[in-house]
Design a binder for this molecule. Structure first.
Ligand SMILES: [Zn+2]
Ligand SMILES: [Zn+2]
Length: 296
């Protein structure tokens, strides 16, 4: 059936139309729910019928147009836990467990046991408390991070956010944080690039962990040079004074999860964490899709 349709109409448009249909159905159900809000029993009934209809519709649509992997674009015949990334890509990108330094997330070699500090985080001291990383900045994950800088790849960024929460749920929820703060971009660079993957990841993490995302709490007030053009040592001086807090009253004794796409030397995360703590935060953990080993 999918094959016949594929010959007739462009597949991308069909995906869009089907998504639109599901969205319209959802909107209708919500509207009916609102109309019957005063009659609790009726509203419950409408919701039940609505959900059943939605399940049937999305099941049928998945059969006709199987979801595609957000990275390699193959059809996902049996989505693993509703993930938008195919099992093969998941296996390649995400190690079962990220064995890293508890302070900076740097990979630990040798016997594979985590430690509290490593050679990467001794000098200079890093001002965040801990790092949760999905994997190492290499191969497919490195390619994903580079693609996430493109505004046309926002679907991939959101998919990576979902994958991150799913694979590292216990580490993330075990941090006991109260809010999520994305690492902001300088406004001009944000305008030119058209997207900030840290913001999208933060939104995804906030939704899945049930935490508020404070997108405007931290501001990038200095147009710093791109870190990738600088030596590891110069990255720390480059970031000095790059951030300020807009609403410090929200931070008093708060435990914060700072979100970014990649952590290399830790200069950006450390500077942001220092500013958040100075404004009142009691703990700052950093969540990143990939942890590089400080050389790039
Ligand atoms: Zn794939
Ligand atoms: Zn370390």
């Amino acid at each position: 059936m999918a094959g016949i349709f594929g010959h007739l109409v462009d597949c991308q448009s069909l995906h869009f139309i089907t998504q639109l249909s599901v969205l319209s159905l959802w909107a209708t159900v919500r509207l009916l729910g609102l109309l019957f809000r005063t009659h609790g029993l009726m509203a419950g009934l409408v919701r039940q019928v609505g959900h059943s209809l939605m399940n049937i519709a999305s099941g049928g649509l998945n059969l006709l147009f199987p979801p595609r992997c957000a990275y390699c674009r193959v059809d996902i015949a049996e989505p693993e836990d509703h993930l938008p990334i195919c099992p093969e890509c998941c296996r390649r990108m995400v190690p079962e467990k990220w064995v890293g330094c508890r302070h900076c997330g740097g990979a630990i070699s040798g016997d594979g046991e985590s430690s509290d500090h490593c050679s990467l985080c001794k000098h200079p001291p890093l001002l965040f408390d801990t790092v949760v990383a999905m994997g190492g900045y290499q191969d497919n994950l490195r390619d994903v991070i580079l693609r996430m800088k493109n505004p046309r790849q926002e679907t991939l960024t959101l998919a990576m956010g979902r994958l991150f929460v799913q694979k590292r749920f216990s580490e993330l929820s075990g941090l006991g944080v109260e809010m999520i703060v994305p690492v902001p971009m300088y406004w001009k660079r944000r305008l030119v690039r058209g997207t900030n993957s840290a913001e999208l990841l933060a939104r995804c993490l906030g939704r899945k962990l049930g935490l508020p995302v404070r997108r405007r709490l931290l501001v990038r007030c200095k147009n710093t040079k791109p870190q990738s053009e600088l030596s590891p040592k110069k990255r720390f001086s480059n970031m000095r004074g790059a951030f300020r807090v807009r609403t410090p009253h929200l931070l008093q004794d708060a435990r914060v999860l700072l979100v970014d796409d990649v952590l290399t030397t830790g200069a950006t995360g450390s500077e942001a964490a220092g500013v958040l703590k100075k404004a009142g935060a009691s703990m700052v953990a950093v969540a990143v899709i990939a942890r590089a080993q400080g050389k790039e």
